[in-house]
Ligand binder design. Structure first.
Ligand SMILES: Cc1cc2nc3c(=O)[nH]c(=O)nc-3n(C[C@H](O)[C@H](O)[C@H](O)COP(=O)(O)OP(=O)(O)OC[C@H]3O[C@@H](n4cnc5c(N)ncnc54)[C@H](O)[C@@H]3O)c2cc1C
Length: 384
């Protein structure tokens, strides 16, 4: 085996790994980004890639995602190429009373946090979006500052910039070899002995960390994406609306193609067929008539890494301080901030306050607290 010593290995070259690696290289650190040949991200490649903090789950999550949106303005320039970064806003509406209540709650929480989101009337919505006349609108909002990128261009741009900044991109399937208190990484015939491994393997992080004898509670969640051939202009904004299949996200890219995304329930079927995609498109045309001219170019289901509490995970793994994990939703929005802060933590060893609520250790701490609570409950019952 050829032995190559690198101080930092970033394992996984989706949007998060590419960002962490480039930020490390920009700090002057020698970094190797390991990724499978031809992937450049699993969730990343099939992402809707909207930049928004509207769905933040709590205040800390909001601070991180809104910082992600600000950091995109800087990172978009750093990538040195057009990555499809646009700030055209987003628009959501529903005719379903329950979904309207949910959207009202999200909107009110976002507004209380200072997020630029406003309610609009049904006629205002119809001026913005070419809706079918039969569409019922109970509640509608616009988030003027939301944005979007082209994730494939982002990852390609980041890897190019990484190489120019002196970083290395190593292509291959990585395997973990646990050592005492640390891990080695094997890629083909090469064996890497890094001082620190940053694990950015998305939905596969759980299995890789398991191979190192540890655990991060992350489950893979499927997300559906369909891309159509180019159609007539639809809307500059990203659109979110409800159908009888739940919330659907639709936007048009710079080439006129329409991206359509939704959660995917594996109970229904594992892989979406082209027949399903055509049927789905016909149903969406009842809301957005311009889609009646659209034809399906591609469909995919990609796996999002979803931590058990829905919040990102960033930090060293308990018991394995040289292995650092970075993952979570919404990963495209978060990428520039997570990349910047993780690189700085790994380099300087100083914790970034914004990342404190998202440490992997929180799960063990919660489990311990539950044990203590149960113990206390039983002791209380014993005394009663
Ligand atoms: C349908 C859908 C819509 C979405 N919409 C949005 C949105 O609108 N806005 C938003 O911000 N986010 C959105 N997301 C979420 C976002 O796309 C993800 O959070 C983000 O792309 C995750 O990036 P990542 O780098 O962590 O993981 P990934 O993109 O999955 O990358 C992981 C990488 O690790 C590599 N890897 C894994 N194991 C190994 C190994 N053993 N050896 C070598 N390489 C390995 C994989 O090949 C891959 O390249 C969406 C996701 C989906 C699926």
């Amino acid at each position: 085996m050829i032995s190559i010593d690198r101080s930092i290995v970033v394992l996984g070259g989706g949007v998060l790994g590419s960002s962490v690696a480039l930020h490390l290289a920009d700090l002057g650190i020698k970094v190797t980004l390991v990724d499978r040949p031809e992937t450049g991200g699993d969730a990343t490649r099939g992402s809707f890639a909207e930049l928004t903090a509207l769905d933040a789950l709590n205040h800390d999550h909001y601070l991180l995602t809104s910082m992600g949106m600000s950091d995109w303005r800087r990172w978009g320039w750093r990538l040195g190429t057009d990555v499809g970064l646009r700030w055209d806003g987003s628009c959501r509406w529903t005719g379903d009373p329950e979904a309207a209540e949910h959207l009202r709650r999200i909107t009110s929480a976002a507004r209380d946090r200072g997020y630029p989101v406003r309610e609009i009337s049904a006629p205002e919505l119809r001026e913005l979006v070419g809706l079918h006349e039969s569409v019922e609108v109970l509640y509608a909002i616009v988030a003027d500052d939301d944005g979007r990128v082209d994730p494939a261009l982002v990852v390609a741009g980041a890897k190019r910039a990484l190489r120019s900044a002196g970083g290395e991109v190593l292509k291959g399937q990585a395997r973990i070899r646990p050592q005492i208190g640390t891990v080695d990484i094997e890629v083909g015939e090469q064996s890497l002995h890094p001082d620190v491994v940053v694990m950015t393997a998305g939905a596969e992080t759980h299995a890789l960390v398991g191979g190192a004898g540890s655990d991060v509670p992350v489950r893979p969640d499927p997300g559906f994406m369909m891309v159509t051939d180019p159609v007539a202009p639809l809307s500059d904004q990203s659109l979110h609306f409800t159908t009888d299949e739940g919330w659907i996200a639709v936007r048009q890219d710079d080439r006129g193609r329409v991206l359509i995304s939704r959660d995917w329930r594996l109970g229904q079927r594992n892989e979406p067929t082209n027949e399903y995609a055509r049927h789905f498109l016909r149903r969406l045309a009842r809301t957005l008539p311009v889609l009646s001219q659209a034809t399906v170019a591609s469909v995919s289901v990609r796996w999002k890494a979803t931590p058990s509490d829905g919040l990102p995970i960033t930090g060293p793994i308990p018991g394995l301080p040289s292995v650092y994990v970075a993952l979570g939703h919404p990963g495209i929005t978060l990428a520039p901030t997570i990349g910047r802060l993780v690189a700085s933590e790994v380099h300087l060893g100083e914790p970034a306050p914004l990342l404190e609520p998202f440490r992997p250790s929180r799960f063990a701490e919660r489990a311990m607290q539950t044990l203590l609570d149960v113990e206390e409950l039983f002791e209380g019952k014993g005394r009663a």
